[in-house]
Design a protein around this ligand. Structure first.
Ligand code: NCD
Ligand code: ZN
Length: 348
């Protein structure tokens, strides 16, 4: 008699940092997320970016149209902060009920961030309105100063920009997105209750060695770049510690294979096809599977002041092989772990 594979039942998780893109890419990738997650914060770095409430509401409809019938998935929209964002736009976003956060990309920090903020001082009016109305600021926390080593960009951002910002706006809720360093983890642990961080599956699973293993590996390149093994261990410790201000945010970011395998590959790793399964691997390896549910399904909604999901999902410990590539409209997408195994599988 063979023993049944172990299973894990969780409150349906949410993804607090996700790139869905638009058009045929959106249609191709949205089902992966909608099958696993109840809600997701949909990043606004489209071309052109989602800078107004009207654009966010229209994008929300396009996302909903890409969700397969029978799945209940709620997109939570984010506005793209620019030097020109007005306090009135923030109030409109809040009043819409559909915008859950505002995203700060320092101009030039990452994919489609050219329209981002050039000088934080120019956003003070918008930030004051956010603090007033309770809309959280989601931060891509890297300086763009070309003098700063790419592996130090998050650390320098913490000192130069994050600390002054938190002090200047004592009521502003802030999420340090895709935290990638042990110093980032420490800042959140030592910071106020209104400061939280999201953790991606790839930063929990890879150190920077993975970008150079046996040759240059563009499918392991994301921003912020993966750091040292000691940083990765600090991220795993934060995720699995039960600390309520660390929660799930995949930063799943699809790019066509032809661009990822070109002479200048954009940052971004696609994990939506196996997102909760990959987190389960991390928690299992850390001997903390009993803490996965709080990290994936409780800490996020608690921080955002939203209700926890009521449905459940089941994971089975049944290894499966990720396809070598996925169709993405006319393009091909190389998913994380392409051609390799993932230990956990989503049931149903
Ligand atoms: C993201 C993308 O491709 O939109 N890329 C990435 O490397 N994470 C942008 C981002 O979140 O930085
Ligand atoms: Zn992102």
């Amino acid at each position: 008699m063979t023993e049944a594979a172990p299973t894990l039942s969780l409150t349906r998780p949410d993804d607090w940092h996700l790139h869905l893109r638009d058009g045929p890419t959106l249609a191709a990738v949205a089902p992966d997320t909608a099958r696993r997650f109840g809600r997701a914060i949909v990043m606004p770095n489209l071309l052109p970016p989602v800078t107004t409430t009207a654009q966010a509401l229209a994008y929300r409809e396009r996302v909903l149209a890409a969700v397969p019938a029978g799945l209940s998935f709620e997109p939570l929209m984010a506005l793209y902060l620019t030097d020109e964002t007005t306090p009135a736009e923030i109030l409109r976003a809040r009043a819409s009920g559909a915008v859950a956060a505002v995203k700060l990309y320092p101009a030039g920090a990452t994919t489609h961030s050219d329209a981002g903020v050039t000088d934080l001082a120019r956003t003070h009016g918008a930030l004051a309105a956010m603090a007033e109305t309770g809309l959280p600021l989601l931060i891509h926390g890297e300086v763009t100063d070309p003098q700063v080593d790419i592996f130090d960009r998050e650390r320098v951002f913490l000192e130069r920009s994050l600390l002054p910002l938190i002090e200047r706006f004592p009521r502003l809720k802030v999420v340090l997105e895709h935290v990638s360093t042990r110093e980032g983890v420490a800042r959140v642990q030592d910071g106020p209750e209104r400061l939280a961080a999201t953790l991606t599956p790839h930063h929990l699973l890879l150190s920077r060695n993975a970008m150079f293993a046996g040759g240059l590996r563009p499918h392991h390149f994301c921003l912020p770049v993966a750091k040292r093994e000691e940083d990765r261990l600090a991220l795993v410790e934060a995720a699995t510690s039960g600390h309520p201000r660390f929660f799930l945010g995949t930063d799943s970011a699809p790019h066509p294979r032809r661009r990822k395998e070109s002479a200048s590959a954009p940052g971004g790793i696609y994990t939506a096809h196996a997102a909760i399964e990959l987190y389960a691997e991390v928690f299992e390896q850390a001997g903390a599977l009993d803490r996965l549910e709080a990290f994936a399904s409780f800490h996020g909604p608690d921080f955002y002041g939203l209700p926890r999901n009521r449905e459940r999902v089941t994971l089975v410990r049944e290894p499966w092989t990720v396809p070598a590539s996925l169709a993405m409209g006319e393009e091909e997408l190389v998913p994380f772990r392409a051609g390799e195994r993932v230990a956990w599988k989503l049931a149903g």
